[in-house]
Design a protein around this ligand. Structure first.
Ligand code: UT7
Length: 342
């Protein structure tokens, strides 16, 4: 599909507090050697009093100033998160109010670690289908430190906090129409039968005053045994990821009619370096093209792709006109990929 769109700007924010593997080894039975060799993670950033919406606003403000547009020109805000601060209002409306983006309509999207690319694709459908100016702000913000049990070594060492944001538009910052001819294609899938591989619990079933006393509460759908904390069957997710991500990349390439060697970089969800290298090997991708920042960030769920994208743009590795694949997988199970041009 040849379309007119542009990633006008990007931004990211990582909380100041950095926690390295040695610090975990002081509170749980783990080691730097285990974490590094099994995951590639050396340290991660954790919120230290900051809320998810605060880090979201920080990333969004940087993206907006990078795009060179004013908040009033944003038509839509989508926030992706599995760690919001409120069930209502949604995070997107909080960001709208904080930024003064009064013309934007707002919603949140939860597809766990696949959330950002799904939001990117939704925004693209609006942008590509309109002749009139349309600009979207997508913010992925996560405080996984709220969701993990810091006494559970199987999960707590893996996750970090952070936020990433992207401004997408069918107009340049100065209002000029963007010249068409950019490749855009997407592919998404889900496998709800694997929902139990990664679970986080919301509310208990209601114990309202009118409840029948003879009807027991429904048993937990997923045998979620970790209370309010995240539960993960790591090996099952690993197996799923090393199959789903290569498949998503190959499918989106085929749908877009482009060859793997035309891709400059793949910006993947950062869950585990071993997953990224296994996926690269499976599809025959030069491992240098599979970008990774997990050593410094850990797994920040839906925020990991836009954080990595923003860092690589700022480092100068990703440049204008390059072909990218953004790809993710996660709870649900969900997975997918977008082929786009920076
Ligand atoms: O964002 C998407 C969601 N998440 C993922 O993509 C995660 C996918 N899965 C993975 O990345 C890997 O499965 C993990 C990194 C989570 C685990 O690595 P693994 O090589 O699959 O380890 P394992 O679960 O098979 O555990 C091996 C051993 C176990 O000990 P025993 O039973 O062999 O004695 C674990 O108890 O390692 C133990 N272990 C640890 N040891 C030290 C588990 N966590 C730790 C730890 N430190 N933090």
């Amino acid at each position: 599909m040849n379309t007119s769109y542009k990633i006008l700007g990007t931004g990211s924010y990582l909380p100041e507090l950095t926690v390295d593997n040695e610090m975990y080894a002081k509170i749980i039975d783990t080691s730097d050697e285990w974490i590094t060799s099994r995951t590639g993670i050396a340290r991660r950033h954790l919120c230290d009093g900051e809320t998810t919406w605060e880090i979201a606003v920080k990333a969004a403000s940087i993206a907006l100033s990078d795009a060179g547009i004013s908040p009033e020109s944003i038509n839509m805000i989508i926030v992706t998160t599995i760690t919001p601060d409120y069930t209502t209002p949604n995070m997107a409306t909080i960001i709208q109010a904080e930024m003064g983006a009064e013309k934007a309509f707002c919603f949140d999207l939860n597809a766990a670690c696949t959330g950002f690319i799904q939001a990117f694709d939704v925004a693209m459908q609006y942008i590509m289908n309109r002749d009139t100016p349309f600009t979207a702000l997508i913010v992925a913000a996560e405080s996984l430190s709220k969701l993990v049990d810091f006494s559970d070594r199987r999960t707590c060492v893996l996750f970090g906090d952070g936020a990433g944001a992207v401004v997408l538009s069918n107009r340049e910052a100065n209002g000029d129409r963007i010249v068409s001819g950019r490749v855009y294609e997407s592919f998404f899938g889900a496998d709800g039968t694997g929902g139990g591989y990664m679970t986080g619990k919301a509310f208990e079933a209601a114990s309202h005053p009118f409840r029948s006393t003879d009807k027991p509460h429904r048993e937990d759908r997923f045998d979620h045994e970790t209370g309010i904390f995240l539960s993960m069957k790591g090996q099952e997710v690993y197996r799923f990821a090393t199959t789903a991500m290569p498949m998503a990349i190959e499918t989106v390439l085929e749908n877009a009619g482009i060859a793997l060697d035309e891709i400059d970089y793949v910006v993947p969800h950062q869950a585990n370096d071993r997953i990224l290298q296994a996926a690269a090997k499976r599809i025959g991708l030069d491992p240098e093209k599979m970008l990774s920042n997990i050593a410094e960030t850990g797994n920040t769920s839906s925020a990991s792709i836009p954080i990595c994208l923003d860092q690589e743009i700022r480092s100068g590795r990703i440049r204008r006109g390059q072909n990218l694949i953004l790809t993710g997988f996660g709870g649900g199970l969900t997975y997918g990929a977008c082929a786009c041009v920076y």
